[in-house]
Ligand binder design. Structure first.
Ligand code: SF4
Length: 379
């Protein structure tokens, strides 16, 4: 069983971000943490008898919390759930929001994995993204985490940024690799509707999607080169690509995310947080005023049918390098994957996008390069 806890606050909104997050004053943040505590206290009894394997405190920027707010949250989690002895307890942080004392409070609260949002090591790119920090700030935060004993650090990076070249991207990768983080997530920028980036780059993106050369965004070919470079360079440095965009040193794959990709149950606390329990998906209200008034009722409840559940098993499972186990499919759904997806599986195999290892199905390296086109075939 997994828990997700959403902290929807940031110092400033980044120009590309469409996550449920915004700047807020201290009064709102304090009220929010009180409500989060109430939601946890009211829901926790229904998890009696269940052990929590992973907790992920995400955002937003959870590291904007004051030490007292972090302590309140961590005490609440520790007091109301049974955490596995080796539970993975992650927190997302952003450079420029950590202090020595805060990191100490995180560690004593039980945080043992930290995900740092760097995105780029080039100042110009950081400014363009609207990030609040410099690379120097990142280095300082990284050092604070290591000094406090955090031995499991993820660094988030982004490629295909406006104006980014393969050279600037490689520079970022190499700078980060000198620090030897245990985990690196490297995603391509997606231009999301409703963001300042959409205003600036939607036309350029349309050019790229039409196969033409965009003016500012990297071309499709450059984007693919960046993706390939990530795989090659990180593999040279001993990282294993265990998911399309995630790389880890041996033993450091993110257990929380693997849970999502393998259909484990999770419960989300906080504004807009999603849950998957007893075959149902639902989320919390995304309306901050309603949440602060104590509206914790599940919204958009969706009973997942067996057919949808089987499709998700493949859609999410094939994101991982290991792919999906045939025996697990049988165990979960009572029939063989070949009987449900005979046509899709044989077509994808014939196109060399998918391979059958005998016990598992997994994407080939070509299949991973065009994963979006492959995965939707199961939906
Ligand atoms: S720090 Fe993260 S969550 Fe906050 S605005 Fe930037 S990208 Fe969005």
């Amino acid at each position: 069983m997994e828990l997700y806890i959403h902290i929807p606050f940031c110092i400033k909104k980044c120009s590309y971000c469409d996550f449920l997050s915004a700047p807020a004053n201290q009064t709102t943040i304090s009220e929010y943490i009180d409500c989060l505590e109430k939601q946890i206290v009211s829901k926790a009894p229904s998890f009696r008898g269940k052990t929590i394997d992973t907790v992920f405190i995400g955002g937003g920027t959870p590291s904007v919390l004051l030490i007292s707010q972090m302590e309140q949250l961590m005490n609440c989690i520790q007091n109301h759930f049974v955490l596995a002895k080796d539970a993975e307890i992650s927190m997302e942080v952003n450079p420029g929001t950590l202090t020595k004392e805060k990191v100490r409070a995180m560690v004593s609260g039980g945080i043992n994995r930290v995900s740092v949002g760097l995105q780029s090591a080039q100042e110009q790119e950081l400014q363009l993204l609207g990030r609040i920090h410099t690379y120097e700030d990142f280095l300082h935060s990284y050092e604070l985490l290591r000094d406090a004993g955090i031995r499991n650090i993820n660094v988030d990076l982004m490629s295909a940024l406006p104006g980014q070249t393969i050279e600037t991207y490689e520079k970022t990768l190499r700078q980060v690799l000198t620090l030897h983080p245990e985990h690196i997530s490297a995603y391509s920028l997606i231009i999301e509707k409703g963001t300042p980036f959409f205003e600036c780059y939607a036309e350029d993106e349309a050019l790229r999607d039409a196969g033409e050369i965009p003016k500012i965004l990297p071309s499709e070919e450059q984007e693919r080169d960046m993706y390939e470079l990530t795989g090659k360079l990180l593999s040279d440095y001993g990282y294993e690509r265990y998911e399309i965009s995630n790389y880890a040193k041996k033993g450091y794959a993110c257990r929380h995310n693997i849970g999502y990709w393998t259909g484990k149950e999770y419960y989300g606390f906080g504004l807009g947080a999603a849950s998957y329990i007893d075959g149902k998906r639902f989320c919390n209200t995304s309306d901050m005023s309603a949440y602060l008034m104590g509206d914790f009722a599940p919204q958009d409840v969706q009973q997942i049918s067996k057919k949808e559940s089987m499709a998700e098993f493949f859609y999410l499972g094939l994101r991982m390098t290991d792919g999906v186990a045939k025996s697990e499919f049988v165990q979960r759904f009572g029939l063989a994957a070949e009987t449900v997806y005979a046509d899709v599986l044989s077509e994808l195999s014939a196109q060399q996008l998918l391979e059958d290892t005998g016990t598992r199905y997994r994407l080939t390296s070509f299949g991973r390069d065009v994963s979006n086109q492959v995965l939707y075939r199961f939906l």
